[in-house]
Ligand binder design. Structure first.
Ligand code: ADP
Length: 476
C-alpha cells in the first residue's frame, strides 16, 4: 500500500500505476465477489439440503410407524401419537409438535405450551401437497429454522399433523466460518495482486519517468545524461536505444559545432587574403604586385567557390535533389583530365606524381563531371595530407569492375579515425584546410554509380584510397 501511494502520488491520477490500480483492482474484486457469492450459495444449498433430507426422512419414518399402529386396531391411535411426541428421542436436535384439526399446535416435545399464533407455512403446504409433506426454511423467532410438516390425520383421532422443527443456527455458524475464511483469502489475494502488480508497474514506470526527464534535457541541449540499463527486457532495450540516440545526438551536435567552426575558419582564411590584397592594391601598386595580388585573389576565390559547391552538393544529397547525368564514358579519360590539374602543383610542392597510362579502355556508365569531381577530391586530399613524397595513381581492372587507387606517402590516418572519415563534416586532421564533406560527397557519388570507396592508411606511412566502379561492358 505504501508503494501504491508513493507511485500514484508521484505519477498522478492518469499515470500507468493509477490506471492499472483502478482496472486490475476492479476486475479482481468483481471476480472475487462472484467467487464468494458462489461459495456461499453452493455451501448453503449443500448444508441446508442435507438437513432437509434428514428431517424429511425422520418425518417419513414417524408417519410410517403411526400408519402401521393405526392399522393395528389393538392400540389407541391418539395415545400413540402423544407417546411419540412426549418420548421423542431426538429432542436435542429438533422439536416435534402435533397439530390438531383446528390447525393449532396441541403438543410439543419441548414441553412448553405452544403458541397458537405460530406461523406455519409448511403446514399449509402439507395440506395441499400430494405426498402430505410441507417444508419451510426461513427466519423465525430470531433464527433460521427448518420445519417439516407431515399429515397423519386419521378419522379416530384429533391429531392432523406432525411438525418437525430444527434450528439452522449451527449450520449458519458453520457457513459464517466458511465465508470468513473465504473473505480473508480474497483480501489476501487483493493485497498480493496490488503488491506484486505495483512492483511490476514500478519497474516500468521508473525508467519511463527517467526517459522522459532525460528527453526533456536533450531537448534543451543538455546531452550529458544517460539512462541506467538494468535489464534486458523491452524497457532495457528502450533505455539502450534511447542512450544510443542520445550518443548520436551528442555526436552530431559535436560534428555540427566542429563544422560551423571549421567552415567559418575556412571562409575567413581566403576572405582575409582577398581583403588584404584588395586593400594593398587600392592604395596604388606596381605591375608585379598587381599580378601577384590578383593571382592570390583569383586562387582564394576559386577555393571559396569550390567550398560553396561542395556544401551545395552536400545539401542536394541531404534533400534528395542530387542527380546524375548518366552516359557511357571512358573513366580513364576523366581520371587523366583530373590528374592534369595537379601536374603543376606536384612540381611546386616537390611531390612525385606517378601515373602509368593503362593499355586498356574502361567504359563505365556514369556522370562525367561528377566522377572527375571525385578524382579531383581524392587526389587533392593526397596532396593536402602529403608534405613531400610520392603520390601514385594506379588503374587496374577485373572482369566486372575498374579499380583506381590513389596512394600517398603522407601523414596517414589514425586507426580510430579511419572508420569515420567518410562521415559528413568529419575531419581527422584539423591542421589542414577543408570542410570535412569532400569524402562524404565522393562516397555518395560513387555509391550512386554502384561502386565503392575504400580507404587504407597507416599513420606516418601513407594512405591509399581505392575507388571501384562497375564496368558498363563486362569482359567475356
Ligand atoms: P577535408 O575537406 O577535411 O579534406 P574530406 O572529407 O575530404 O575532408 O576528408 C575527411 C578527412 O579524411 C580529412 O579531414 C582527413 O583527415 C582525412 N583524409 C582524407 N584523405 C586523406 C589522405 N590522403 N591522407 C590523410 N588523411 C586523409
Amino acid at each position: 500500500m505504501k508503494i501504491g501511494t508513493k507511485i500514484s502520488g508521484k505519477y498522478g491520477r492518469h499515470s500507468i500505476a493509477s490506471r492499472w490500480m483502478a482496472n486490475t483492482l476492479l476486475v479482481v474484486t468483481i471476480l472475487l465477489i462472484v467467487a464468494n457469492v458462489c461459495v456461499y450459495y453452493f455451501s448453503r444449498q449443500y448444508y441446508y439440503g442435507s438437513a432437509e433430507s434428514y428431517v424429511v426422512s425422520e418425518a417419513n419414518a414417524a408417519q410410517m410407524v403411526l400408519t402401521r399402529l393405526y392399522e393395528d386396531m389393538a392400540v389407541s391411535y391418539s395415545s400413540e401419537v402423544r407417546e411419540l411426541i412426549v418420548n421423542f428421542d431426538k429432542k436435542d436436535r429438533m422439536e416435534l409438535m402435533s397439530i390438531n384439526k383446528n390447525g393449532e399446535v396441541s403438543l410439543s416435545s419441548s414441553g412448553f405450551s405452544p403458541d397458537k399464533t405460530y406461523y406455519m407455512p409448511d403446514y399449509e403446504m402439507a395440506l395441499e401437497s400430494d405426498d402430505k409433506t410441507g417444508v419451510f426454511i426461513g427466519f423465525n423467532n430470531g433464527e433460521n429454522i427448518l420445519a417439516v410438516t407431515k399429515i397423519i390425520e386419521q378419522p379416530s383421532s384429533n391429531y392432523r399433523a406432525l411438525r418437525f422443527v430444527a434450528s439452522l443456527s449451527m449450520i449458519d455458524n458453520q457457513l459464517a466460518g466458511i465465508m470468513f475464511v473465504c473473505v480473508m483469502i480474497s483480501l489476501f489475494v487483493i493485497l498480493a495482486v496490488v503488491m506484486t502488480g505495483l512492483y511490476f508497474v514500478k519497474s516500468i514506470c521508473v525508467p519511463l519517468v527517467q526517459i522522459s526527464a532525460t528527453a526533456k534535457k536533450l531537448a534543451t541541449g543538455d546531452f550529458s545524461e544517460r539512462i541506467p540499463v538494468t535489464s534486458n527486457d523491452e524497457i532495457g532495450q528502450l533505455s539502450a536505444a534511447f542512450n544510443e540516440m542520445a550518443n548520436e545526438l551528442e555526436n552530431s551536435e559535436q560534428i555540427k559545432n566542429d563544422f560551423i567552426s571549421s567552415v567559418s575558419h575556412e571562409l575567413r582564411t581566403p576572405l582575409t587574403a582577398i581583403k588584404g590584397w584588395a586593400e594593398t592594391l587600392e592604395g596604388g601598386y606596381e605591375e608585379e604586385t598587381f599580378v601577384k595580388g590578383m593571382k592570390v585573389i583569383n586562387g582564394e576565390t576559386n577555393r571559396l567557390e569550390q567550398m560553396v559547391e561542395e556544401l551545395l552538393d552536400f545539401s542536394r544529397i541531404q534533400s534528395g535533389r542530387f542527380s546524375l547525368q548518366m552516359q557511357i564514358i571512358d573513366v580513364i579519360a576523366e581520371l587523366e583530365d583530373a590528374l592534369l590539374l595537379f601536374v603543376e602543383r606536384a612540381k611546386k610542392e616537390k611531390i612525385t606524381l606517378s601515373y602509368n597510362e593503362p593499355q586498356f579502355m574502361c567504359a563505365v556508365m556514369g556522370d562525367k563531371s561528377r566522377l572527375r569531381q571525385v578524382f579531383i577530391n581524392v587526389i587533392d586530399n593526397a596532396f593536402k595530407y602529403t608534405d613531400a613524397g610520392t603520390i601514385e595513381v594506379l588503374v587496374d581492372r577485373n572482369e566486372s569492375s575498374v579499380v583506381i587507387s590513389v596512394a600517398d606517402t603522407g601523414c596517414g590516418i589514425a586507426p580510430e579515425d579511419l572508420p569515420k572519415i567518410k562521415q559528413k563534416f568529419y575531419k581527422a586532421n584539423r591542421t589542414k584546410r577543408g570542410s570535412g564533406i569532400g569524402l562524404a560527397v565522393a562516397d555518395e557519388i560513387i555509391s550512386m554509380h554502384g561502386g565503392l570507396i575504400e580507404v587504407e592508411s597507416t599513420p606516418g606511412v601513407g594512405t591509399t584510397v581505392t575507388i571501384m566502379l562497375p564496368l558498363a561492358v563486362k569482359e567475356e
